[in-house]
Design a protein around this ligand. Structure first.
Ligand code: CMC
Length: 430
């Protein structure tokens, strides 16, 4: 992080020099850490639109150019040539693994896939109609009650075990949340299958029959995981970092990340997007919906469109779109009404002045929902799948944060606009 330039801020005639930090890629960053001490002012940036909350070496996004790099490698190359567990290794350890390193890592992850048997009873405390994300927030948080030997964040060995456990067990937990919601028996993981194939097995197999995982579907699943693995300092990752800044244990931090991801502006958008396509129902109703999405008084947004950072296109969406075509072809889904609406909506929005001028392109959630729906997942499982895939990103960022010697508890300040000090009025005098 080179520090070569300075910015000067003048406040009521007083000049304050602020260092400018130059990143490897991306815009320069004005270092305001000493601003309050020097000038007795805060900065104001709700939504963090201009604020770098940390430094990181994991993921880089150039939203104007539509670039996403993990440890320097472009996402389209990783999606085409790598696979999820290799990307997990890359995110966690900073370099692509050798054959032996990958084999060792794969073995460790597959050996941690089962969850403590007692946790099965924990699931039974939930209503059957619970949203699987509600179950996941609870069960992942509860891992801190089951895995005491990996909650000490000051012990690098425990941090490592917690990372492996979370990556390995998240598919099991997501699949169990699904099975529980449909009243089917839990399926134990199969460690002879790949990460993605095992997840499909745990979701779709039943003990009464042999289940064959289609390799093309396993590949598509793996690609969905890969495309969601990390996305630098988004809302849920920042939530994990903020929770962890107090020294909270990793399971509690990841549960906080899952809770944040659930919202429809973030990971919940994949469910909301498909449900909106179904609500639109037929191509002739699209103009009516587009009209509502442009009218702020309706509160309607086109779900699966727009992104805080990508103002050109979402590079993940490009790969996801290709995957969607492959999977739909394989499954023989050619012209169901949802797909027809999706294609037409995409076409119209890409030409519409409102969406074009605001740079609102289809994002990753627009296409992932279409694939997951075709694979047989209910919409309520879309966000849990995002959560399980993003776990490695959260964990990598959490590990990076904990190894930073400058780590401080996250404590934003505020622009207070409430009442000044006033005297308490007894109730009989109000
Ligand atoms: N439909 C209609 N108008 C929109 C949409 C949309 N999907 N997204 C943004 N706008 C408008 C918005 O009304 C605003 O208009 P104006 O400038 O006239 O006030 C302008 O575009 C900028 O929007 P913003 O809300 O200030 O932008 P943001 O960067 O804060 O929000 C977003 C980004 C992703 C939350 C937003 O685009 C959105 O709500 N999209 C729909 C939900 C969605 O698909 N989310 C998934 C994001 S990708 C996966 C992930 O990150 O988890």
């Amino acid at each position: 992080m080179a520090e070569t330039k300075n910015a000067t801020l003048t406040i009521e005639g007083k000049m304050i020099d602020l260092p400018i930090l130059s990143p490897t890629n991306g815009p320069d960053v004005v270092d305001i850490r000493k601003l309050y001490a020097q000038a007795n002012v805060f900065t104001y940036d709700p939504g963090f639109t201009s604020t770098a909350a940390c430094d990181s070496t994991i993921t880089f996004i150039d939203g104007d150019e539509g670039i996403l790099l993990h440890r320097g490698y472009p996402i389209d190359q990783l999606a085409a040539q790598s696979h999820y567990l290799e990307v997990c290794y890359l995110l966690l350890y900073g370099a692509l693994p050798s054959k032996d390193e990958l084999a060792g890592f794969t073995k460790i992850i597959s050996r941690h896939t089962m969850i403590h048997e007692q946790m099965h009873y924990f699931f039974r405390g939930f209503r059957r109609d619970s949203h699987p994300m509600a179950t996941m927030v609870g069960v992942v948080g509860a891992m801190s009650a089951f895995y005491h030997d990996s909650t000490d964040v000051n012990d690098p060995h425990q941090r490592e075990i917690a990372s492996h456990r979370l990556i390995a067990k998240m598919p099991t937990i997501a699949a169990m949340a699904y099975k529980y919601s449909i009243g089917q028996p839990f399926m134990y993981p199969r460690n002879d299958l790949s990460y993605a194939a095992n997840f499909l097995h745990m979701c779709f197999a039943v003990p009464a029959e042999t289940y064959h995982v289609d390799p093309i579907l396993a590949k598509a699943m793996d690609r969905i995981f890969t495309l969601h693995a990390d996305h630098e300092q988004n809302a849920s990752t920042s939530t994990v970092r903020l929770a962890s800044s107090s020294g909270a244990n990793p399971f509690a931090c990841i549960a906080a990340g899952i809770a944040c991801l659930w919202g429809p502006a973030h990971g919940g958008a994949n469910q909301a997007a498909l449900e909106q396509l179904r609500e639109i129902g037929t191509v002739d109703r699209i103009p009516e919906f587009i009209k509502m999405a442009k009218d702020k008084t309706t509160g309607v947004r086109l779900m699966g469109f727009g992104h805080r950072v990508y103002k050109n296109f979402d590079p993940r969406a490009k790969v996801m779109k290709e995957s969607a075509d492959e999977v739909l072809e394989l499954l023989g889904v050619h012209n169901n009404p949802t797909l027809q609406v999706a294609k037409e909506l995409e076409r119209i929005a890409l030409e519409d002045e409102y969406f074009v001028s605001k740079k609102l392109y289809p994002n990753v959630d627009f296409y992932s929902g279409i694939i997951l729906d075709a694979m047989g997942f209910p919409t309520s499982m879309f966000t849990p799948i995002f959560a399980l895939a993003r776990t490695v990103g959260w964990i990598s960022q959490w590990k990076e944060q904990l190894s930073d010697p400058q780590l401080k508890i996250g404590r934003p300040r505020q622009l207070y606009l409430g009442e000044s000090m006033r005297d308490y009025v007894p109730i009989d005098q109000r």
